[in-house]
Design a protein around this ligand. Structure first.
Ligand SMILES: [Zn+2]
Length: 548
């Protein structure tokens, strides 16, 4: 008697990732899980299905993931003019003017992701209100820099916010004034918040929200993603509401498994074992997010020694050591998994200290070894710079490092100038992490970078930018193998949430999440890895994307 299954895939080149090099021919899916993985003959001898799909030798991988991004914030960028990729100030202003031409007079226009350091006509100077007035004087316009630490408003937007002569923002931010005391349009650090309060939120209109979330998910499925760990960040008004995802999941319209991290304390709902094992349940709460420092791009990542290209600063700690210890420990005691942002070497050291503090304090408060082992690992987000001593300390701790290989595609151009030769060598040292036995997961921090796992894998393997520069890669000794790089974006991600028994590889009993791609990622020319396209993406056996 043959067993009735939902789908049988034959003639696949399925890299299961259970170990390096394991490749299978046939996959059988039943009730949202992998029921059989092996040979064509056995699959067809033992299973029956309405759908038998001949993959004609195409490559299959487990569903891809992104271990750190801001999904809701990404969807909100669809309501703004994306200025990312503009090659000049002129081009950015043209994009805004085009939007103004199709927008009723008086309505707000928002621009996002501008990066004047990549503009060829402005010598790295921020644009001013006069520049934006060229796009329109009839629409209030506000644009935000890619790092979110600065924004620029046009004259009408300044008027709407009552920002006039001699305006003072107060602590934490700056409204720049010219010699006459008039605002020039540039708002720094906390000052852009003024606009978060007065520009109407386009997502208050439910149809808008549904439309743009669908657009975001369609793109995620198109990149082969089936797992996303998404983060709220209150300081940037990056909200996340699990009910949005639960509702989509209930309607059968959630194509990606979403795990939601908040930067406030919350009571984590209890999940039964049956719920945990349900392949059709795709929305859940994760842990508790904290910031330790800033970013290298805006010289706010906290370093032991000052920046090489600005000796007046060594970065910013957003919370002192004691404060961080207590913040993490409170979460840990509540049973919430701490996930903490650290980019600079000093920032990372403080996070390591805080994790050690949590473990020690937990023991003092009566936690047993067994209870501590049973917890999900501490997550360190970014972990971009670490010396050998710090690597050794991390290797002894229950941690997962959520790294952003796609940052390196950009940062490799200026990292040496910013932190000097020696510290650059201690940055993005993924092979050293790997060799120390540290578990890394791959993420994009989208909307900072697009959530293409293929770009991320390429970055780990080639250590070049997307134009394949420089030849041979930066610090080639830090390259990861293709297998390890693919695992970063698949197999390793569920290790951060204690779900490695459910997903991440193609094995019997696991959720039937997988992606069919257009070339063999293990044998194609290295430069092609970033160009890989998903042909079909499946979540719990259901097709979520098919390339037309
Ligand atoms: Zn982030």
């Amino acid at each position: 008697m043959k067993v009735t299954a939902d789908k049988i895939f034959i003639n696949a080149k399925a890299y299961t990732l259970e170990a390096e090099g394991v490749c299978k021919e046939a996959i059988v899916i039943k009730d949202g899980k992998f029921a059989y993985v092996g040979t064509n003959d056995e699959a067809l001898a033992n299973y029956d299905a309405k759908k038998v799909i001949d993959l004609e030798g195409k490559t299959v991988l487990p569903g891809m993931g992104d271990s750190h991004m801001h999904f809701f914030a990404f969807c909100q960028t669809f309501t703004t003019v994306d200025l990312g990729g503009a090659k000049s100030k002129k081009e950015a202003i043209e994009r805004l003017a085009a939007k103004a031409a199709e927008t009723p007079e008086g309505e707000w226009i928002k621009g996002s992701n501008f990066d004047q350091s990549k503009w060829e006509d402005c010598e790295d100077q921020l644009p001013t209100r006069e520049d934006l007035d060229k796009a329109s004087t009839k629409h209030p316009i506000v644009i935000k820099r890619v790092c979110l630490h600065s924004a620029v408003a046009n004259t009408l937007a300044l008027e709407k916010a009552n920002i006039g002569k001699d305006f003072v923002f107060g602590p934490g931010g700056l409204v720049e004034l010219d010699e006459d005391g008039m605002p020039n349009g540039i708002l720094r650090e906390q000052a852009p918040k003024i606009y978060d309060e007065i520009i109407p939120d386009p997502f208050l209109i439910p149809e808008n929200k549904a439309k743009y979330m669908k657009q975001g998910f369609d793109l995620a499925a198109q990149y082969g993603l089936t797992m996303i760990h998404t983060y709220a960040a209150e300081i940037w008004k990056y909200t996340e509401d699990i009910n949005d995802y639960i509702e989509l999941n209930r309607k059968g319209e959630l194509p990606v498994r979403m795990t939601i991290y908040l930067d406030e304390y919350f009571n984590k709902p209890y999940v039964t074992e049956a719920e945990r094992q349900d392949p059709y349940r795709a929305a859940q709460m994760g842990g508790f997010k904290s910031f330790c420092d800033g970013s290298l791009g805006s010289r706010s990542a906290k370093l032991f020694e000052p920046y090489d290209d600005d000796p007046t600063t060594d970065g910013i700690l957003v919370i002192d050591q004691d404060g961080l210890n207590e913040r993490l420990y409170k979460a840990y005691k509540m049973g919430l998994q701490p996930a903490t942002h650290a980019i600079g070497d000093k920032g990372l050291e403080n996070v390591i200290n805080a994790i050690e503090y949590c473990l020690e304090q937990g023991k003092k408060d009566g936690m047993t070894d067994w209870e501590q082992k049973d917890r999900h690992p501490f997550r360190i987000i970014h972990a971009q710079m670490a010396n050998e001593e710090m690597i050794a300390r991390m290797a002894k701790l229950p941690v997962v490092l959520d790294i952003q290989p796609s940052f390196f595609l950009t940062d490799l151009h200026w990292i040496k100038e910013r932190v000097g030769e020696k510290r650059a060598l201690d940055s993005y040292t993924w092979k050293k992490y790997q060799d120390a036995g540290l578990i890394m997961t791959g993420g994009s921090d989208c909307p900072v970078e697009i959530f293409s796992p293929w770009n991320g894998i390429f970055s780990c393997v080639a250590r070049q930018d997307l134009e394949c520069w420089p030849e041979g890669g930066v610090q080639p000794e830090e390259k990861l193998s293709r297998y390890d790089a693919v695992c970063l974006f698949s197999k390793n991600i569920p290790m951060a949430t204690g779900e490695e028994d459910l997903m991440g590889t193609i094995e019997v009993g696991k959720f039937a999440d997988m992606v069919v791609i257009d070339r063999d990622i293990f044998t194609c020319p290295e430069s092609e890895i970033k160009d890989i396209q998903a042909l079909n993406t499946y979540l719990a056996g259901k097709e979520t994307y098919r390339r037309a």
